[in-house]
Design a protein around this ligand. Structure first.
Ligand code: ADP
Ligand code: MG
Length: 699
């Protein structure tokens, strides 16, 4: 479907145009104010002419086919007029009002009819239930609000918002950045966020894309478009709302139940190099920071303030947010002190007040920080405000000029930042913006925005391209498509093919055979019932651990056979080595519709259901992902050396995580979910052992 008739229409028909301040009247006026160069066709049987344009009684009476039709009429009159679109040759349409799929059966019916007309006629529909479209560079708008100052809107941000009010909110502040394209996508009955994203990735004037998202209609195309945006060097900044996880229905694997939609979506964004933000403040500051001349080459920020108190507050915030503010190296510190005088702390943030000679100290502080090898970006932070009752405005403007001069002499990105949002000296902002220095509001949001952009420009490690593959014949042999779950024994054989150690074990048919197998394995041993019908064994008393001799094994056999009788499950009895040492962790993979498989890792045991302390990544893993996941969980310290106990063998654990990624690479379409639960990690140098495994085949 072509979106150019929506964004770059050669003609616009305004259905329900009027000469009053109203949606229809404003739209014609707005098009004129944007300097729209195409044909405007007001449509309303009540007028002969409207705002000096001929007005047409119906869509049927237009002198030429309209590229786009804006429906400024009530929902009851929409269907009869919408049906005319194919006949009059319209290529696109915008429906603003609500009353469709979001409002009960009748609305759903109308929306369904509209969608069918669009599909048949190749009509790109924006909405319904939206604010519409603006293209400031092209000079067109089919948008609900009157253009008060159209020339102020232009910029390089492409905005795609499912919420109309968020469009209103973002477009109401264009001081630090402006918009190249705006799409208020509403119900997305036909054209969805992925379509708009695709268009904006290719749009020359759009350099950064902001998305306000409630749901993703077309995940596969969406992630493909994210990849393309990253390849083209356009950051996509996503604010996703509705993060309360939907309850999942049948939960068979631990992993499948753990990772809800929100966590998975965040990982999808990470894997496809989008920048996720948590609220509007963060979105806007990241957009403001994106206006810098260039993005930092690394994550280390050098901050300059004029107060020890501010410096400490900034440092506390930075620490909490995991931002890097490396101390100023000794030589740089000496250079700073030589002019500024006494400097508190470790020089980052650099409190450049010193002897109080502001006109000398500020430029010198900037020079030391920008020339230091210990940072990748320079941030000058202080507060003041228009209309403040105290202080010289001249000295504030001087500060902005010092920052500007510093930026002009340096390759490093420079930023001006306030301690908190709400304070600004209007006059400084364009002065700095002219030479690519963004002004950021608030320490938390500002530093985070710079950090996110520098992570974004650092890119991602390449995806794993491993030669490890499972043997296709053995995969076929498992006959996955006929099984609801694959029991521990069979699942482990598959895992073992990828070089991951599993417990020594044997299925035995008789009491005598199991005792002799136990003797061979060596005590202590574990007896378990294994069956495709019993994915969770211990809750039915079907796991007997710590069996130390033949008689205990015999008793366990008797007990298991007794317990199996009423279960009507086809089950085998398995004897396996008991792994007494080590720390229990779990790792697993679950498929998420449209987004692919995600790998989860966390500590074993039931606490995780409460703590939700697990790491997640989309597959295939990238180099370094497994190691990072192991470090990332809050309980990571448990795997290090504690209280005289040796550190756990995390290297072998990382290898097991990579093996799961490789398994999905070679067998992914056949496997929906896998649990390795638990894996026991032995002390460093001794590896790890998979103790239990469960596979859920794809249906
Ligand atoms: P379930 O199907 O209930 O998950 P498991 O095979 O995971 O059954 O066994 C339950 C628990 O018993 C494990 O979490 C682990 O603590 C312990 N366990 C099972 N097998 C072994 C083993 N071979 N060595 C040590 N502990 C084991
Ligand atoms: Mg288990």
């Amino acid at each position: 479907m072509q979106l150019s008739p929506l964004f770059e229409p050669s003609s616009v028909a305004v259905l329900g145009a009027s000469n009053r301040p109203s949606v229809g009247g404003d739209m014609v006026e707005t098009l004129k104010r944007f300097g729209y160069k195409g044909a405007i066709y007001p449509v309303n049987p009540k007028y002969e002419t409207l705002l000096d344009l001929p007005c047409y009684p119906s869509l049927r009476d237009l002198p030429a086919p309209p590229d786009v039709v804006a429906f400024c009429i009530g929902p009851s009159r929409i269907p009869e007029n919408f049906r005319l679109l194919p006949e009059v040759g319209a290529k696109a349409a915008v429906i603003f009002g609500g009353g469709y799929a979001e409002e009960g059966d009748k609305g759903r019916q109308i929306q369904a009819e509209i969608v069918e007309i669009c599909r048949d006629g190749g009509i790109a529909l924006c909405g319904p239930n939206c604010m519409g479209i603006i293209n400031p560079t092209f000079g067109s708008a089919t948008y609900l609000q009157i253009a008060r100052e159209p020339e102020a809107i232009g910029g390089n941000v492409g905005l795609i918002s499912q919420s109309g009010s968020i469009c209103i909110s973002l477009l109401s502040d264009v001081q630090r950045f402006g918009f190249s394209l705006v799409a208020s996508s509403g119900n997305e009955a036909v054209v969805n966020a992925a379509d708009y994203l695709e268009f904006m990735v290719d749009h020359e004037a759009t350099k950064v894309i902001a998305m306000f998202t409630e749901t993703i209609a077309d995940p596969e195309r969406y992630v493909a478009a994210l990849d393309r945006a990253a390849d083209k060097g356009k950051p996509v900044i996503v604010l996703k709302v509705g993060k309360a996880d939907r309850a999942r229905q049948a939960i068979t694997t631990h992993t499948g139940g753990l990772a809800g939609d929100t966590r998975v979506f965040s990982e999808v964004l990470r894997a496809h190099r989008a920048i996720e933000v948590d609220d509007l403040d963060e979105l806007v500051e990241t957009l403001a920071a994106s206006q810098g001349r260039k993005h930092p080459n690394g994550r280390r920020l050098g901050v300059i303030t004029s107060s020890g108190g501010m410096a400490e507050l900034i440092l506390d915030r930075a620490e909490k947010a995991g931002l890097e503010l490396p101390p100023l190296p000794e030589a740089d510190m000496a250079e700073a002190v030589s002019v500024i005088g006494a400097v508190s702390g470790d020089g980052n943030p650099l409190d450049a007040w010193g002897n109080g000679d502001f006109n000398k100290n500020t430029p010198h502080g900037l020079k030391v920080v920008r020339e230091s090898g210990a940072n990748d970006a320079v941030v000058l932070c202080y507060d003041n405000n228009d209309g403040a009752p105290l202080g010289y405005i001249e000295s504030l403007m001087a500060r902005a000029k010092f920052l500007r001069e510093s930026a002009e002499q340096s390759d490093k990105p420079h930023y001006q930042m306030t301690m908190r949002p709400g304070l600004r000296i209007e006059e400084q902002i364009p002065l700095l913006a002219e030479c690519g220095v963004p002004t950021l509001f608030g320490v938390r949001q500002g530093l985070q925005a710079i950090d996110r952009l520098s992570r974004w420009s650092a890119g991602l490690q390449p995806q794993r391209n491993s030669a490890q593959r499972v043997d296709p014949a053995s995969l076929d042999g498992l006959k996955l498509s006929n099984r609801k779950t694959v029991n521990e024994f069979d699942s482990k054989r598959l895992i073992a093919q990828l070089g991951v150690r599993i417990t020594k074990e044997k299925i035995a048919a008789t009491r005598e055979e199991i005792i002799s197998a136990a003797d061979t394995i060596g005590y202590p041993v574990v007896l378990k019932a294994v069956s495709d019908d019993i994915p969770h064994k211990s809750e039915l008393g079907l796991v007997k651990v710590g069996l130390t001799d033949a008689s205990a094994v015999g008793q366990a056999w008797d007990d298991l056979t007794e317990r199996l009788k009423p279960l009507e499950a086809r089950a085998d009895i398995l004897v396996q080595e008991m792994v007494s040492d080590g720390i229990e962790v779990f790792a697993g993979v679950a498929y998420h519709e449209g987004f692919g498989h995600a790998l989860a890792f966390g500590m074993g045991g039931i606490e995780i259901e409460v703590t939700r302390d697990f790491a997640l990544r989309m597959l295939p893993l990238r180099d370094g992902d497994a190691e990072a996941m192991i470090q990332e969980i809050r309980a990571a310290a448990r795997l290090g050396p504690i209280r005289g106990q040796p550190a756990a063998d995390t290297a072998s654990l990382a290898a097991a995580l990579y093996a799961l990624s490789d398994l999905i690479e070679s067998a992914g379409s056949a496997i929906r979910e896998i649990d390795l639960n638990p894996i026991k990690i032995l002390p460093e140098g001794q590896g790890c052992v998979v103790v239990d495994a469960l596979i859920l085949p794809a249906q």
